[in-house]
Ligand binder design. Structure first.
Ligand code: ATP
Length: 484
């Protein structure tokens, strides 16, 4: 079936979803072209399933609108939308055989017929049989109609669930981690099968996964999400080669992520070395993030034969290449090579200018709105912090600028002014950049030498001496979103 790739089938405009006061999707917009295989990718809890359920109609947005083929659908109930969903837990009817499971939806459905009393009629037995057999053929189960669903393997059951979803000929198929319950081998097989089904059906697939490799191998477009916000939406190769920020780079596959400084156009320094790069247009000495893929680093025997001298810490054979951890300038590079370098070997690492991917830092300072609640006391993000308040009076609203280095985290939540959960921890070459999410629904970024694990419960303390206050007026809120 021909694909009309430039035609938008779904448009999501400014969708926000709040559950119990928690913002799960934050003013999210995207459009999906007809016939594409689009994957929503992101860590657990980032809002992928919620977005899918909003498109399906199982949830309603707190704000924003969803359009299918240009029509707003928010007030249209799920069963009237031209979409169908395949869930991770396929929930087949155990008392019905494969044919009857697939036919179930069709038996309830009515088709337009001008000669019928109400302008609609039910499908005939022959029509149902034709449609069910066609759907079963598409999923490779044409001879399985009579089989008891309990006698099928997990992969076969998932195929039945897909047949059941496509038999009503939806324009969009929503797939919520449909391969999540399968073992690795079956999962790989089903990835190929799904891709083929997508090509044969010619309809739009929106696929949810937290598996990077699955997203990159299957999709026309990948939407990387974190904390209810789209981090990047692009073709898989672009996402891999040119991640738009440190989160995407870290989330998509193995990478070496470092913090650096853009000395001038085409010149960068990191780990104490100044190197050529292919990027320009940054401010002089702007702090940036650098990503170098393990396969892009050239590793050579002996020292003084590249940009960094290093020592091999470990070597693992990965089937078609060796992956080595190499200590150099206090950083542990991950390097992939066809050639094996033994543990303990002294090596040189060479990095060509076009292997250095540079990304703007997402944020360079934490910025929050607060109120002066006493002499040298400022309340923001659900806590009262000691911060010099010279020039301000009690009751003044202020913008609070907290440098990443001004925050310390404590093991015991009670030792901090406020409590928070660690949501991200990225090693940046010489320090960790940790993101925490406070109970007041705010984010803080912290640069620290300590490693924290995802979901650690921590206390947050701030060195008030490093904090800067500015008067806040409501107009500033526009400026704030521009800055981010
Ligand atoms: P996973 O891969 O783990 O399924 P996800 O990215 O699909 O994660 P969602 O299922 O969309 O994430 O959930 C996003 C956040 O919204 C989570 O914190 C979840 O607990 C919360 N959430 C989802 N549905 C509800 C609900 N009905 N009521 C309250 N909170 C909800």
């Amino acid at each position: 079936m021909a694909k009309e790739l430039n035609d938008k089938i779904i448009e999501i405009k400014g969708i926000t979803k709040i559950f119990d006061g928690v913002t799960v999707l934050d003013n999210l917009s995207l459009s999906i072209k007809r016939g594409q295989f689009v994957t929503l990718l992101g860590p657990s809890g980032c809002g992928k399933t919620t977005l899918l359920r909003l498109i399906a109609g199982f949830e309603t947005p707190t704000e924003g609108e969803i359009y299918i083929e240009g029509e707003p659908i928010t007030s249209i109930p799920p069963f009237k939308r031209p979409v169908n969903t395949v869930f991770q837990k396929y929930a087949l009817f155990p008392h019905l055989n494969v044919f009857k499971n697939v036919a179930f939806g069709l038996k309830l459905k009515k088709m337009p017929d001008a000669s019928a009393k109400k302008g609609f009629r039910k499908y005939t037995k022959a029509e149902i049989a034709e449609k069910v057999n066609k759907a079963l053929k598409l999923v490779g189960l044409e001879d399985y109609g009579h089989r008891d669903v309990n006698s099928l393997s997990g992969g076969q059951q998932q195929r039945v669930a897909i047949a059941r979803a496509i038999v009503c000929e939806p324009k969009v198929l929503l797939l919520d981690e449909p391969l999540g319950a399968l073992d690795l081998k079956m999962r790989k097989e089903m990835q190929i099968e799904l891709k083929k089904m997508h090509e044969n059906l010619g309809i739009t697939f929106i696929f949810v996964t937290h598996d990077q490799e699955e997203a990159l191998t299957m999709s026309d477009v990948v939407v990387v999400m974190n904390d209810g916000v789209i981090q990047q939406m692009a073709q898989p190769k672009k996402i891999y080669d040119e991640p738009s920020n440190a989160f995407v780079a870290d989330f998509i596959g193995e990478s070496n992520l470092l913090s650096g400084v853009m000395e001038k156009d085409y010149r960068i320094s990191f780990l104490g070395k100044s190197l050529k790069c292919v990027d320009k247009g940054f401010e002089k000495n702007e702090r940036i993030d650098v990503v170098i893929r393990p396969e892009d680093i050239i590793i050579k025997d002996g020292e003084d034969n590249g940009h960094f001298n290093g020592e091999v810490l470990s070597t693992v054979f990965k089937g078609t290449y060796y992956e080595m951890e190499v200590a150099a300038e206090g950083y542990e590079f991950t390097v992939q090579s066809q050639k094996e370098f033994k543990k303990g070997a002294k090596v040189s690492l060479e990095i060509s200018p076009d292997s250095i991917h540079i990304m703007k830092k997402m944020l360079t300072i934490n910025k929050h709105i607060g109120e002066v609640t006493g002499e040298n006391l400022v309340t923001f993000c659900g806590g009262e912090f000691e911060i010099p308040t010279d020039g301000f009076e009690q009751g003044d609203e202020v913008i609070v600028y907290v440098p990443f280095t001004a925050i310390t985290l404590t093991d015991d939540e009670k030792d901090g002014v406020i409590g928070a959960n660690v949501t991200q921890s990225l090693y940046k070459g010489t320090y960790y950049q940790v993101q925490v999410f406070t109970d007041s629904d705010d984010d803080f970024y912290i640069d620290t030498s300590d490693e924290w694990d995802m979901d650690d419960r921590v206390g947050v303390n701030i060195d008030g001496g490093q904090v800067k206050l500015e008067p806040y007026s409501p107009d500033e809120s526009d400026k704030e979103s521009d800055d981010e």
